[in-house]
Design a protein around this ligand. Sequence first.
Ligand code: BG6
Length: 484
Amino acid sequence: MYHPQNQPFPKDFLWGASTSAYQVEGASLEDGKGPSCQDVKQVPAGTSDLKVCADQYHRYKEDIKLMAEMGFKTYRFSIAWSRILPNGTGEINQKGIDYYNNVINECLKYGIEPLVTMFHFDMPAALDERGSWGNPESVKWFVDFAAILFENFGDRVRYWLTINEQNVLTLSGPVIGTLHLPEGCTNVLKEIYQQNHHMLVAQAKAMCLCHEMLPEAKIGPAPNISLVYPATCKPEDILAAQNFNAIRNWLYLDMAVYGIYNAIVWSYLKDHDATPTFAPGDEEAMKNAHPDFIGFNYYNTATVEAADFDALTETANATLGDQQSGREIPGVFRQIHNPNLPKTQFGWEIDPVGFRATTREMYSRYHLPLLVTENGLGAYDTLTEDGRVHDEYRIKYYQDHLAEIQKSITDGTEFLGYCPWSAVDLISTHEGMVKRYGFIYVDRDEFDLKTLDRFKKDSFYWYKRVITSNGEDLSDLKPEEVYD
Ligand code: BG6
């Protein structure tokens, strides 16, 4: 739809950016922190481990000062469960509480609203040993952890996110290093969707608890949502797109918002004897939970075609792909490359218009304000001799995506804020340090930690102006705007 004039971004729009604890903090076993699944996993060959990352644990003051300089209204970061509870349950590590108190207070000092993710891919290793999300007790573990967070930080944190990308944990757990399967598991799909069910219940209970303990606070989920396009107008492709939309997107939001299982997904699980078992009270808990907004990560759309079912090749062909690409389930859908879209250096498609389409669809399904919790471009950045990073490709990516958000606002979609990935360079989920996303460059290589000093990329200066103008001025960076 063409609008002769776009609506402005809302007055109190939360401009900011995101990180996650295990990718940015480092200090992976310092000051009493217990290991998480990320600390004990085998990292992909050729990529750094997660011991130091961007060393934000020791440099949060410097980082938050730089965020303040960009004019951030919010900073989305996650709390490492095993920093607070080294064993996942039981004794609290006071130094962990102190650290996040410091981060929160530092944000508030600059008027930056802390936006806290309660769980971002980092199950305490001690709980993995007890069966991870497959253990029905995991619901209680998470709710108890949530209570500690609300109790200790709820006087200052007004915005909470439950589980980062639960759909990615479910669909691509092995790529992210999070899937824990019990020995001798014979129906992997059933196990995975049982784990998924426990997360859904845990999330629902945490949302209710948040509303009980912190009536002024707002809480929402943070899945990775990408509208799925059909490859053609062939009716079979349309069905395939509906299938993947349900499996990838709507399962998570139908449950978070309406407390119901998506019917298409339920029938797919039934076909594979993989429907989850409900514990007494689960149904009620899921119905009682009501998010205040939908947080979501958007990188690009997906495109699928129909995939014939062939029982013989079903298992062999069922591929997981990563967060954004390469999935196939025989008889359900097959993801293909969309020939209309360019790709990043790391092979992810770029689709700003799809951002508008995704948000329009989400808003018309759920009627809740949207908070973009991730969006961004992973690229090989280069630090020049004079300490600059000319990342005009990242600026272009953000210009295009923000322009589409503005059109979506004009279409009538309600947005709370925009927190791209990432505030600071950090370690990618499975592609190492060289895949950089930040506005702030961190001086280290994949294996050489170098100085870990911070440098402002060109996108830093550009985003600063975007925030100052409340999104009114998205134009190219001018030479006089750069460098201080
Ligand atoms: C999201 C995650 O999947 O995308 C982040 O929430 C992640 O943790 C980001 O880093 C970018 O993905 P990647 O694989 O490039 O690090």
